[in-house]
Ligand binder design. Structure first.
Ligand code: SF4
Length: 266
């Protein structure tokens, strides 16, 4: 499918939950968040139905995000359900890696092609501070498990934080080179103020060639990360929600006061 600016939309990013097992300082407020009620969150079957309709409309690539997708019950079953949809050429996931050593083999067997892992520091104390308590070793074990499972190429997503020095960034680059991982740097974004820039080493944030739509955990199809526009699949029906989202996709992102990163998956 093509939008009004003749951009070829083939990519759907799906937030499968607003829950997470970390509390990253740039994503989650200290005091926690107002979680979606269970009945507000799409069932696995509803998500698969959205992907099926999206595939009929031209979606070819799926990325599963969160919150943290690996805390969603049945996540392996969901990958299997999506993998059965012929027109979908690639299934990827963005995870914080904490639970990855437990799921890597199952995800690969279910049809996951490759994985991005969020890793903002390779200094244990700094990692623990940024994630408010995360254990860096869990992520390292997750990376090894993803490699063994063949979820490659593995990409590391690094959020460039204002107070991070270059030496720390260099340590992440060195680690990635040693481990044969690709690195992408994401300058800290602000949905409310509309501050964002292109992802270094990726395509995100380049509005002129934007190829994506998003599905939130509570069933909204969003034309753009930096827009308040969203269309409910439960109210409008899946096809109509896709159509309205596509037709209202902005030329360039502006700002988003409706969502937070933990419920839209970046
Ligand atoms: S800001 Fe919106 S239009 Fe720009 S790249 Fe992101 S999703 Fe696409």
């Amino acid at each position: 499918m093509f939008d009004r600016y003749n951009r070829h939309i083939t990519y759907l990013r799906i937030s499968v939950t607003d829950r997470c097992n970390l509390r990253c300082t740039y994503c989650m407020p200290e005091g926690g968040i107002q979680l979606l009620k269970k009945k507000e969150i799409l069932t696995l079957e509803e998500i698969a139905e959205v992907v099926k309709t999206g595939a009929e409309l031209g979606i070819k690539k799926i990325r599963l995000t969160g919150g943290e997708p690996l805390v969603r019950q049945g996540i392996v079953d969901l990958v299997e359900m999506i993998n059965r949809i012929d027109a979908i050429e690639e299934i990827t996931m963005t995870t914080n890696g904490i639970l990855l050593s437990k799921y890597a083999q199952q995800l690969k067997a279910a049809g996951l092609n490759r994985i991005n892992i969020s890793l903002d520091s390779v200094i244990p104390e700094k990692f623990r501070d940024i994630t408010r308590g995360g254990n860096l070793n869990d992520v390292f074990e997750g990376i090894q498990a993803a490699k063994s499972a063949g979820l490659t190429p593995i990409k590391i997503n690094v959020v460039r934080l204002a107070n991070q020095d270059d030496q720390e960034i260099d340590l992440v680059k060195k680690f990635a080179t040693e481990q044969g991982l690709q690195v992408r740097f994401i300058t800290q974004m602000d949905l409310k103020s509309g501050e964002f820039s292109q992802v270094e080493g990726g395509e995100g944030g380049n509005c002129s060639i934007c190829n994506r739509l998003r599905l939130t955990a509570n069933g909204m199809i969003k034309p753009c990360l930096f827009s308040n526009k969203e269309y409910s699949i439960r109210d409008l029906g899946i096809r109509e929600a896709f159509t309205q989202a596509l037709n209202s996709k902005p030329k360039r992102g502006v700002m988003n006061s409706n969502n937070s990163f933990y419920n839209i998956g970046g």
